[in-house]
Design a protein around this ligand. Structure first.
Ligand code: NI
Length: 201
C-alpha cells in the first residue's frame, strides 16, 4: 500500500498543533516506510539540536519515539522505543526542560529520578531497561508526548503564570497559519491520523 504521507513531508510541528494532543496508538508492524520515518526523525532531531523526538511531534499517530542523550549523530547512542511502557518510578528530581515543539520555551519540571522502560527496538527486539538521570528524564518527556502531554502541563502554577504570555504567542501563530491555509484544518489533520492508524495500528 502507498504510504499516507511521504517521508519528505515530515516536519517538526509546534504547539498547539492538535496532533500534539493526540493519544498515540501501538504500532502493529514496522515496514520500510516506518523505518524511513524513524531515520528522518533522527535527522530532524539533530538539525533542531534536540535529544529526543516523539512521533506525534512529526504529525504521526504512533507509539514511537527516538532518543540520543548526546544530541549528536557522531556520538552517543541512538535509541528507538516502539510501543513503550513505563513502570516502577523511583525518587524525584527537578530540572529544566525544553521541547522542539515549543522552541525557545524552558521550564523546571519535577519527575521520578529513575524509571523502568519496556517496549521494542527498531529490529523488534524487546527492550527492558532501568533509566536514570538525563536518560530517564528524556524518556519520560517523550513518553508524555505519546499520551498527548507536554512539559508545560507539568509546570507548577507560578512557572505557568510566568510563561503564559510566551505560550499564548504559539496559539496566535498556529491560528494565523490555519487562517492563511498554510497548515490543514483540525478536521483534515484528524482524518490523516485516522488513515495512518488504519494502515499501521
Ligand atoms: Ni518535547
Amino acid at each position: 500500500m502507498k504510504p499516507v504521507s511521504g517521508v519528505a513531508e515530515l516536519n517538526i510541528i509546534h504547539y498547539p498543533h492538535p496532533t500534539l494532543r493526540h493519544v498515540s496508538k501501538p504500532l502493529r508492524t514496522v515496514d520500510r516506510t516506518i523505518r524511513q520515518y524513524i531515520e528522518k526523525m533522527f535527522e530532524l532531531m539533530y538539525a533542531a539540536k534536540g535529544i529526543g523526538l516523539a512521533a506525534n511531534q512529526v504529525d504521526l499517530p504512533f507509539q514511537l519515539f527516538v532518543v540520543n542523550p548526546e544530541g549528536v549523530q557522531s556520538s552517543g547512542k541512538e535509541l528507538v522505543f516502539i510501543n513503550p511502557v513505563l513502570k516502577s518510578p523511583r525518587g524525584q528530581a527537578s530540572a529544566e526542560e525544553g521541547c522542539l515543539s515549543l522552541p525557545g520555551l524552558y521550564g523546571e519540571v519535577a519527575r521520578p529520578e529513575k524509571v523502568q522502560v519496556t517496549g521494542f527496538d527498531l529490529h523488534g527486539n524487546e527492550i527492558n531497561m532501568i533509566a536514570e538521570g538525563l536518560l530517564a528524564r528524556v524518556i519520560q518527556h517523550e513518553f508524555d508526548h505519546l499520551q498527548g502531554t507536554l512539559f508545560i502541563d507539568r509546570l507548577d502554577e507560578n512557572e505557568k503564570k510566568q510563561l503564559a504570555e510566551q505560550i499564548d504567542e504559539f496559539d496566535i501563530e498556529i491560528r494565523n497559519l490555519q487562517a492563511a491555509n498554510k497548515i490543514p484544518s483540525d478536521k483534515e489533520i484528524a482524518e490523516r491520523l485516522a488513515a495512518l492508524e488504519r494502515q499501521y495500528c
